[in-house]
Design a protein around this ligand. Structure first.
Ligand SMILES: Cc1cc2ncn([C@H]3O[C@H](COP(=O)(O)O)[C@@H](O)[C@H]3O)c2cc1C
Ligand SMILES: O=C(O)c1cccnc1
Length: 402
């Protein structure tokens, strides 16, 4: 099953017309700031002067991680399945925000270590999420393996997950969705994300490892040590000698960041300068990834292939996007970054991807929560482009000041 997508770069053909349309609106030139570049970007992605957001949808991919048994999260693995139930019964943060903004919310069991009762029809008297119409069964396995001792998944599982993510996006596209976001749920997945970013974005490990669900300094050091051990074990991916020679201790890196000090070396310089990476993205994904992360990779790629506007969430979602980007760089042209997370490494990763996030709210949740919160801004960008009066419409002389 080859990973094969055709992602066309976004056509710049309408750029001048879109810019002229924006500039004719009743406002000083450029006064809507980032909303203007957002409107331009959406117009280009949809290749129209009158973009619309049709059936905006959030897919939340959930999966469990074998590495959790090594003590890298503040929460136990069972929380992943419990949160799936919470998503479905409408009580999670993302349930609330998706409802607030009329976003279609679908939960994908990519590899949760639990059996969910079976899909439709809902048997009489079954529990809240049993047979829930918003739960999609795409389980690859009941969690990944512990990557301290073996690859998280086989390459065949990795490819199946990518294909499945792509298939789910294709289904949404077929029913008219042209704006999609991807969230995740998986206890332990900031560990996977940290290793993906370290291996693929040429960032020091200490800058990629964060507190996740809320580790204290001691637990953070333990997480770093476990991940370093995993890198040493899989050293065929990135030989130790090719790794960054000047690692700042992880706890120090965190405290320095909190004091707004610069952690050296600069993150992602290699990628910015055209660093091609030593490791192969698919190998890194299979070795350290999660089923939910691999499914997101396929989802990003299919969305870009289909010309769908992609909304990007926090650290884990961006790490999955990094894998997709290393496979097909043009995927980035379809992406709008909703926020910068407070998870260590996200800011640097965004800088590496040359991304300008819409919000900075110190979120560290995932679930697609940043996407839902940024969604009104995306709506505003489209609405001003379509509905704001021009100087001519409003009879205002735009030349008075010149
Ligand atoms: C109750 C709860 C709800 C969450 N929703 C998202 N996450 C987030 O935290 C997890 C990653 O952090 P770590 O790598 O430290 O485990 C992921 O599930 C992510 O989606 C949650 C975590 C918890 C505990
Ligand atoms: O940025 C994120 O997506 C994030 C950060 C911490 C924990 N879970 C998710």
């Amino acid at each position: 099953m080859p990973i094969d997508f055709t992602i066309n770069p976004v056509s710049p053909d309408l750029a001048a017309d879109l810019q002229a349309k924006i500039d004719q609106k009743t406002k000083p030139l450029g006064a809507l700031g980032q909303l203007e570049s957002l409107a331009l970007k959406i117009g280009l992605i949809q290749n129209t002067l009158t973009p619309h957001l049709n059936q905006p949808t959030l897919l939340i991919f959930a999966g469990d991680h074998g590495i959790v048994e090594s003590g890298v999260s503040a929460y136990p693995q069972t929380v992943t399945a419990q949160m799936v139930a919470n998503f479905l019964s409408g009580g999670a943060a993302i349930s609330v925000f998706a409802r607030q903004h009329n976003l279609e919310l679908l939960i994908v069991d990519a590899g949760v270590n639990a059996d969910f009762p079976h899909p439709n029809p809902l048997p009489e008297g079954e529990g809240a999420f049993s047979g829930h119409p918003k739960l999609i069964d795409a389980k690859i396995a009941k969690g990944t393996k512990n990557f301290l001792a073996e690859p998280a998944m086989t390459s065949s599982q990795c490819e199946t997950a990518i294909q499945k993510g792509a298939e789910l996006v294709m289904q949404q596209h077929q029913v008219g969705c042209n704006c999609i976001g991807f969230g995740e749920m998986g206890i332990g997945n900031t560990s996977s994300a940290a290793l993906l970013v370290h291996c693929l974005a040429d960032m020091p490990l200490a800058q990629c490892v964060g507190r996740g669900t809320g580790l204290d300094d001691g637990q953070l050091q333990h997480k770093y040590d476990v991940l370093q051990q995993a890198l040493d074990f899989h050293n065929e991916l990135i030989p130790p000698m090719a790794r960054r020679p000047t690692e700042v201790p992880v706890v120090q890196a965190h405290h320095e960041r909190n004091q707004h000090a610069t952690v050296r070396p600069e993150p992602g310089e290699g990628l910015k300068q055209g660093f091609q990476g030593i490791a192969k993205p698919i190998d890194v994904l299979a070795t350290f990834g999660g089923f939910e992360i691999a499914m997101m990779v396929g989802a990003y790629l299919k969305a870009a292939e289909s010309g769908i506007l992609i909304l990007v969430d926090g650290f884990i979602a961006s790490a999955a996007l990094l894998v997709a980007y290393k496979l097909y760089p043009a995927v980035l042209e379809y992406c709008v970054f909703s926020h910068v997370s407070s998870e260590q490494g996200h800011q640097a990763l965004l800088a590496t991807l040359n991304a300008k996030p819409l919000l900075s709210l110190d979120l560290r949740l995932g679930e697609g929560s940043g996407i839902a919160l940024a969604f009104p801004l995306i709506q505003s960008a489209v609405l001003f482009l379509n509905e704001m009066a021009t100087f001519v419409d409003a009879g205002i002389d735009e030349k008075t000041c010149n």
